[in-house]
Design a protein around this ligand. Structure first.
Ligand code: SF4
Length: 96
């Protein structure tokens, strides 16, 4: 259902006929780490994320997986950090 409160017109899973169903009834504003992301929405009440209602939570365990401003860096890091594949490749090379 489309949001009728802070992000008017944006499709949201938390919006119901009775109003916003999210914790406290309103989204949280974006955090500093979100700066540069294209998935933000400026409104009179602040800057909000178009994808998630609580942006700070998306950054608690690392980079937000929806962030558009970090995509290249995240992919690069994922390619570097894959010790399981590296060990399998190394084991495969030894068998030949
Ligand atoms: S998608 Fe992630 S980085 Fe972008 S505004 Fe939302 S929470 Fe912030």
């Amino acid at each position: 259902m489309q949001c009728l409160t802070l992000k008017k017109g944006v499709e949201c899973a938390f919006m119901t006929r009775k109003g916003c169903n999210f914790n406290g009834g309103r989204c949280h504003a974006v955090v500093e780490s979100c700066e540069g992301c294209t998935k933000t929405l400026n409104s009179d009440e602040g800057i909000f994320c178009l994808v998630v209602p609580h942006p700070a939570k998306k950054w608690t365990t690392g980079a937000c997986n929806f962030a558009t401003h970090l995509k290249a860096a995240v992919v690069e890091e994922a390619q570097k950090l894959n010790p399981l594949k590296a060990s399998k490749r190394a084991a495969g090379a030894k068998m030949k």
